[in-house]
Design a protein around this ligand. Structure first.
Ligand code: CAA
Length: 257
């Protein structure tokens, strides 16, 4: 199983566990996560969720580039839809989700953290939306949710340059609420989850839903546009070149206009 679900009292912990690929998401892992989210959604005993990555190096290193490399437009659209179902699933989960970002949160990993309600980071956390270096735009909601989280200027620098943001900078720009040593990250996330779980479940669920309304209808149509442009990228040679270059451990040469 590439996703672990544990329960302790009213708190569930979901652990992304594909260590051989730094927890990068392939289709199997995305489907496992979708099933776990469905299980959590209907479990009224769960009042708060902690989401983290297995090991000490990565929360998730993004979508699986080796799987995406040979996709055509239809394949890109299907993969994008699955990722959107996950990030939307986290965002609309009735229970609050705390992302405990314990290392790399790149591409789809960053987007999953962005779909969570609260982000905490370990000191070695690194955030980035490196999609343009691979010949695609962000595809799992990052183009919309990163702008909302850190504002258009910083989001533009991260998305257009693929620039990495380390934990201390992530704290400064409001991408995370707090930074802790690796060993303290999960206990701190758990303490926050316990605090949420001690409040009225109905009021907490209503509050989460209400805060989501601040992410208005325009942003929902932005998500639809993102999905289409993400799929379009899979019909380009730049996407093939960008992902081949990653797999072959060389720099890409982009030529399409
Ligand atoms: N997909 C597939 N495999 C990945 C991966 C990914 N996103 N990230 C890491 N891996 C694999 C590597 O290929 C490597 O496997 P092999 O041992 O078989 O070569 C293994 O995980 C360990 O990675 P590295 O050897 O590269 O480890 P490192 O410490 O040198 O570098 C890293 C770590 C900086 C995270 C680097 O692996 C990296 O840059 N990964 C890609 C990150 C990325 O670009 N993510 C965005 C993907 S696109 C996306 O997510 C689209 C979207 O919007 C949904």
């Amino acid at each position: 199983m590439t996703i672990e679900l544990t329960r302790d009292g009213h708190v569930a912990t979901i652990t992304l566990s594909r260590p051989e690929a730094l927890n990068a998401f392939n289709t199997a892992q995305l489907r496992d996560l979708l099933a776990v989210l469905a299980e959590v959604k209907t479990d009224v005993g769960i009042r708060a969720v902690v989401l983290t990555g297995a090991g000490e190096r990565a929360f998730a290193a993004g979508a699986d580039i080796k799987e995406m490399a040979d996709l055509d437009r239809a394949g890109g659209l299907a993969f994008g839809r699955l990722g959107h179902a996950i990030t939307r699933g986290v965002e609309t989960l009735p229970q609050p989700v705390i992302a405990a970002v314990n290392g790399f949160a790149l591409g789809g990993g960053c987007e999953l953290a962005l779909a969570s309600d609260i982000r905490l980071a370990s000191e070695n956390a690194v955030f980035a939306q490196p999609e343009v270096t691979l010949g695609i735009p962000p595809g799992w909601g990052g183009s919309q949710r990163l702008v909302r989280a850190v504002g258009p200027g910083f989001a533009a620098e991260m998305i257009l340059c693929g620039r990495r943001v380390k934990a201390d900078e992530a704290l400064r720009i409001g991408l995370v609420n707090a930074v802790y040593p690796q060993s303290e990250l999960l206990p701190k996330a758990r303490a926050l989850a316990d605090q949420i779980a001690s409040n009225s479940p109905l009021a907490v669920r209503a509050s989460k839903e209400l805060m989501r309304l601040a992410f208005n209808g325009q942003a929902i149509s932005g998500l639809d546009t993102e999905l289409n442009l993400f799929a379009d990228a899979f019909a380009t040679t730049d996407q093939k070149e960008g992902m081949r270059a990653f797999i072959e451990k060389r720099s890409p040469t982009f030529e399409e206009h």
